[in-house]
Structure formats: C-alpha cells, structure tokens
Design a binder for this molecule. Structure first.
Ligand code: CTP
Length: 389
C-alpha cells in the first residue's frame, strides 16, 4: 500500500515519542522509505540511534551538520510529512510560520501534504490558543489525526493521548492513496441558513451553522467530485477547490439551486431554509410602539419541491430534516412530499455542533441509525449511502 512512498516522520518532544518507533516500523513493513527528523527535545525521550536502526536511514536532527540543505532536499524528496507525536509547541510554531529548527523549517519548505498527530496533556489540548492554532493549520490544509481520550502520562484521564498506530497509519494511507470514487460526478450542496430581512437592520433566521453542508462539500471534493456549494450566511471558510456561491435569502438560494441543478448528479440540501418571510419589507427601520405588533408572514417557496418539478433524469436528491418530535414520522412525510431519494434526520443537539447522530431514511422506507460522531465522518457515510443507491 505504501510501496516506494517517501515519508518523513517528524518526532517532537513528547513522552509519546517512543510510540513513533512502532509507527516507523509499520511504515517500513508497508514498504515505505522513511526518514526520521527529530527535534532537540525529542532526543530527550528517544535516541536517534533507535530511529536510525528501525528506519534504516540516517536521522536528521540539525540544520547545520550536513553539507547540503536538508530542509530543501527533504522537502522536495518526500511524498508526505507525518509529525508524530506533535506537541503544542510545534503546532503553535507552524501556525505562526516560525521556522527555528530542523522540523519546523522542513515543514515550511515542503509542498507535500503534512499530517499532524498531536499528543499532550488534556489541559493543553483544551486550551483555546491551541485550538486556534489547529484551526489555522486546518485552513492551510494540514491534516490532523485527533488525539484519543484515555489515561495520560500525568495519570489523568482526558483527551490528549496520541491516536492509535492503526488510526495514524490509516490516515497516512488515505492521504497518499486518495479515494477518487466520485470523479466525473457533479455534486450540488446547500448549507447553513437563509435569512429574511424585515427592515434595513433586522432579519428572521435560524441557528444552523453550515458545518454539515461544508463537511459534505469537502468530503465529496476530496473523493474527486466537482462540487458546487451554495451557502447562506455562515462564519465558516469555504472548502478549497469548489465552486462557491454565497446567498442570503431563500429566494436567492432557490434561484441559484435551479440555475445549477440541471447539470447535477447529486443534490444534497442541508440548508435550513426559512419557511416564512415577512409579507413586506419596510424600507425604514421599524419603530417600536407601546402595543404588541402583528407581523404578517408568508410562506417561502419550497426549493426541493421546485427541483422535483423539473424532473431531472438521474438526479439523486437528499434532503435534511431537523425534528424535535415524531422524528421519523415527520421526516418520512417530507421525504415523500418533496420527492427525495434520502432524508437525513437529525435533532436540535446537532445545531452548531461538530458532531451529530442521524438517521438516514431512503425512499423505500429503510432506516439506518448512525451513532453520534463528527459531521465530517457522517459526511463520508452519507455520501457512501447515496453512492451505493
Ligand atoms: N427545504 C427547501 N425549501 C424550503 C424549506 C426547506 O428545500 N423552503 C429543504 C431543506 O433544505 C431540507 C428539507 O427541505 O433539506 C427539510 O427542511 P425542514 O425545514 O426540516 O422541513 P420543512 O419542510 O421546512 O418542515 P418543518 O419546518 O415544518 O419541519
């Protein structure tokens, strides 16, 4: 699986450094060519000799003791850099663009993908500064294997333990052998919420964050699909390499969906579209009075029903449904009325969260419960189900 792949393993100063020996051994067993780069602090935990013996290659531990320039040479040589374990320190340095030692300099100098497997104390992992650094790196397309929860070196139980060897090796394989099973397919995804203006300063909207839709767009893109994402207001950054359209109101979303859907193989409507809008828009800011006010609301158009009316051949349509009562009954009703192939049912605990637990219902009535996990993981599973249909 990794024959002839050139992998640099960066080891930093964490107690988990000894676990990298096993990872390097496994990479070698899978026939990768491995060079280990160690920081000064890593050498306090494991000797370079151990890594040299297991990798069958010289360990690089300084910018200065070689005739050539290891950061440029290695940066160009490698197919992937895996920093295992990665301390809060290296994550902070990389997020700030600091290159003050061999590993940070190589990371900055390479164009190859970088995988980071953090390992640290639970309080460090929970620190918002660390989280900001992790999201910065994710925005620059660094890959992460999240740490596991369990007993830490301090004896405390919490999140921060280096992910298992199996998870780290799987991530390396996935990055180097991307599954391109959606190549040639056109995906249209809607995300986040729509908002309806009442007057120049006020809006009607809901709390949908867009995390599910953005995760689905990103997953489809990674698997080779051509993806268009139509998003209502959201604080998220659009995934790279997709066509992105920003909309605000449900009318704008409908217009964009109907414009794009004709060339689409799969439409996934995760957007929480406002069902009502004010009957009229007040050009001037509405002034408060002492009395209660009545605000006439009218229905917005149902976008999925408009798509159904277009009868697009071969189009698979997946809707989303958020229910707080009679969950399956209500979702099945929407599936039928809107002519969907699938509906993904979730509840209000999913709002704004990185995780969700969902039930996928297909048009035959078959239901499948997926346990709570990240929206990114669910995005893959939802795409798998749609693809298999
Ligand atoms: N949807 C749509 N157009 C609308 C409202 C919703 O296309 N005007 C889509 C959503 O994107 C979602 C699905 O329909 O994929 C279900 O949305 P939801 O708001 O849960 O259901 P509604 O049909 O609006 O019913 P209710 O608000 O009564 O739960």
């Amino acid at each position: 699986m990794l024959e002839n792949k050139k992998i640099v393993v960066g080891v930093t100063g964490s107690i988990a450094a000894y676990k990298s020996l096993d990872i390097v051994r496994e990479l070698k067993r899978l026939e990768a060519d491995v060079v280990v780069v160690m920081t000064e602090n890593a050498k306090r935990f494991v000797t370079p000799l151990s890594f040299k013996t297991i990798s069958s290659n010289e360990v690089i531990d300084s910018l200065w003791n070689k005739k050539s320039m290891p950061h440029i040479d290695l940066g160009e040589w490698m197919d992937l850099l895996a920093i295992v374990p990665a301390t809060a320190n290296i994550i902070g340095k990389l997020a700030s663009g600091i290159a003050d030692d061999i590993l940070s300099t190589i990371t900055l100098a390479t164009k190859s993908p970088v995988l980071i497997a953090p390992a640290m104390n639970v309080n460090m992992w929970r620190n918002p500064i660390l989280h900001k650094n992790v999201s910065t790196l994710k925005k620059f397309n660094f890959h992460f294997v999240e740490p596991d929860t369990g007993e830490l070196a301090s004896g405390k139980i919490g999140k921060g333990r280096l992910a298992t060897k199996e998870k780290i090796i799987k991530s390396i394989i996935d990055i180097l052998n991307p599954k391109l099973d959606l190549k040639g397919k056109n995906f249209l995804v809607t995300a986040s919420r729509t908002e309806e203006p009442l007057d120049p300063v006020r809006i009607m909207t809901n709390r949908s964050s867009g995390k599910f839709g953005y995760a689905i767009a990103e997953a489809a893109k990674k698997r080779g699909a051509d993806v268009t994402l139509i998003s209502g207001p959201s604080t998220l950054d659009p995934p790279q390499g997709i066509e992105f359209t920003q909309v605000r109101t449900s009318d704008q979303m409908k217009e964009e969906v109907l414009k794009k859907v004709k060339n689409t193989d799969v439409l996934i409507m995760t957007a929480a579209v406002t069902d009502y809008k004010p009957e009229s828009f007040s050009q001037q800011k509405l002034k408060k009075t002492k009395n209660k006010i009545n605000l006439p609301l009218i229905r917005t158009d149902d976008i999925l029903s408009s798509v159904k009316a277009e009868h697009i051949k071969g189009l698979k349509v997946c809707g989303f449904s958020l229910e707080t009562s009679k969950h399956i009954e209500n979702a099945e009703k929407k599936l039928k009325e809107k002519g969907l192939d699938f509906i993904v049912l979730n509840d209000d605990t999913a709002l704004g969260s990185d995780t969700a637990k969902v039930i996928i219902i297909d048009k035959t009535g078959a239901t499948e419960k997926l346990p709570r996990t990240t929206k990114k993981e669910l995005a893959e599973q939802i795409i798998d189900r749609i693809k298999a249909a």
